[in-house]
Design a protein around this ligand. Structure first.
Ligand SMILES: Nc1nc2c(ncn2[C@@H]2O[C@H](COP(=O)(O)OP(=O)(O)OP(=O)(O)O)[C@@H](O)[C@H]2O)c(=O)[nH]1
Ligand SMILES: [Mg+2]
Length: 329
C-alpha cells in the first residue's frame, strides 16, 4: 500500500517581511519651535528560517502549507523611535531537507542537524529615519529612507534520507527482506514488485556497539530515471548515501541487471556512480551449494553472495559495508 503520510517533497510560496520605512519627523516641544529631525528607523522585516528537528521524518506537517509570509517591519516614528522588527518565521523540517528555488532548481541550503537554523529568505532592512540625514548644510531634512522589500519566491523543499548505505535494485530483489533481517526495521515484504512504496530506514547493529544506517527504497525499473515506476522520486534518497549496495537476485542475469541499474542511476545523476559500490547477489539459497560456489561474476566491484532467509553471507556483507564506509575508496 502506498503510504500517503510519507511526504518528501513540497512546494511553498515564501515571502520574507518588508523593512519598515524610516520616519520623517521633527521634534516638537513647547519652547523649541524649530526642533531638529527626529524620525526613527523602520524595523527589519522578518526572515524565513528553516530549523532541523530530528523528531520529524517527513514533510507531512507542511502538506497544507502553501504560503508562508513573515511579518513586515513597522515604520519608524517620531522621537527617534525605531519601528518594531517583523517576527521571523521558523519552519521546522526533518534532517536531510534541502531547500531549492522552484524556478531554477538552485540549491539554497540544507539542514543536517537537530536545532540547526538557516535563513532561507532574509527580511528587508528598515529604512533610516530623517534624523540620519542632517548635515551642516541641511538642518531640516525631510528625506527618510523607505524600507527594503522582502524577498518572495516559490521554494521546493526536498527530503533526502540520510543513510550510510542505500539499497539499489529492481523490484522484488529482496531489498526489504535484507533490511528486516539485519535491522529492527519492519518493512513490508511481498512476492510482487513495488511492495515498498516509500523509503524505510534501519539501524544495522555491528560489532562492539557500532552501527550504520541502511535505506531501503522502492525498486528501480528500466526507465526510472525518465519517470517510469516509482524510481525517480526516490532516487534522490540515495544521493547522500556513502555506499550503494546493489541487490541482484541469483536467478537473474546478474551482469545485465547490474548494467541496467547503473544506467538508470547514471541517467538520473552521474555523480551517483562515483560512490562506493558493493554488489550483493541475493536469494543464494535458491541454488545448490555447488552452483553457488561455481557462480562466476565478472565485476570490478566487490561481490558478496547472500541469503536474507538463511543468513548466509550476511556477516560477510556487514563487514564489507563497514570496511567500505570507513575506507577512503
Ligand atoms: N528464497 C529467498 N527469497 C527471498 C530472499 N530475500 C527475499 N526473498 C523473497 O523475495 C520477495 C521479494 O522480497 P522483498 O524484500 O519484498 O523485495 P524488494 O526488493 O524489497 O521489492 P520491492 O519493495 O518491490 O522493490 C519476497 O517474496 C521475499 O520473501 C532470500 O534471501 N531468499
Ligand atoms: Mg521492498
Amino acid at each position: 500500500m502506498s503510504n500517503p503520510n510519507f511526504i518528501d517533497h513540497i512546494k511553498i510560496f515564501c515571502k520574507s517581511g518588508n523593512g519598515g520605512s524610516g520616519s520623517s519627523s521633527f521634534r516638537r516641544e513647547k519652547f523649541v519651535p524649530k526642533g531638529g529631525p527626529d524620525g526613527g528607523d523602520g524595523g527589519k522585516g522578518g526572515d524565513i528560517i528553516l530549523k532541523g528537528n530530528s523528531q520529524l521524518w517527513t514533510l507531512l506537517h507542511l502538506r497544507y502549507t502553501k504560503h508562508i509570509k513573515a511579518e513586515n517591519g513597522e515604520n519608524g516614528l517620531g522621537s527617534k523611535k525605531h519601528g518594531k522588527n517583523g517576527k521571523d518565521i521558523i519552519i521546522e523540517v526533518p534532517l536531510g531537507t534541502v531547500a531549492k528555488s522552484a524556478e531554477n532548481d538552485n540549491n539554497y541550503l540544507e539542514i543536517l542537524n537537530h536545532n540547526e537554523e538557516k535563513t532561507l529568505l532574509k527580511g528587508g532592512i528598515g529604512g533610516l529615519g530623517n534624523v540620519h540625514f542632517k548635515s551642516s548644510t541641511k538642518q531640516a531634512p525631510h528625506y527618510s529612507q523607505p524600507g527594503m522589500k522582502g524577498v518572495e519566491e516559490w521554494i521546493n523543499l526536498e527530503l533526502k534520507v540520510l543513510a550510510d548505505v542505500g539499497l539499489v535494485g529492481f523490484p522484488n530483489a529482496g531489498k526489504s527482506t535484507l533490511l528486516s533481517s539485519i535491522s529492527k526495521a519492519k518493512p513490508k515484504i511481498g512476492n510482487y514488485p513495488f511492495t515498498t512504496l516509500t523509503p524505510n530506514l534501519g539501524v544495522v547493529a555491528y560489532r562492539d556497539n557500532l552501527s550504520f544506517i541502511m535505506a531501503d527504497i522502492p525498486g528501480i525499473i528500466e526507465g526510472a530515471s525518465k519517470g517510469k515506476g516509482l524510481g525517480i522520486r526516490f532516487l534522490r534518497h540515495i544521493e547522500r548515501n556513502s555506499i550503494l549496495l546493489f541487490m541482484i537476485p541469483i536467478e537473474s542475469e546478474i551482469q545485465k541487471e547490474f548494467k541496467l541499474l547503473l544506467k538508470e542511476l547514471k541517467n538520473y545523476n552521474k555523480e551517483l556512480l562515483e560512490k562506493k559500490i558493493i554488489i550483493a547477489v541475493t536469494k543464494s539459497d535458491l541454488v545448490s551449494r555447488e552452483e553457488l560456489n561455481n557462480l562466476k561474476t565478472n565485476f570490478n566491484e566487490e561481490v558478496i553472495k547472500i541469503s536474507s532467509i538463511t543468513g548466509y553471507g550476511l556477516d560477510e556483507l556487514k563487514d564489507a559495508i563497514w570496511n567500505k564506509i570507513n575506507s577512503n575508496k
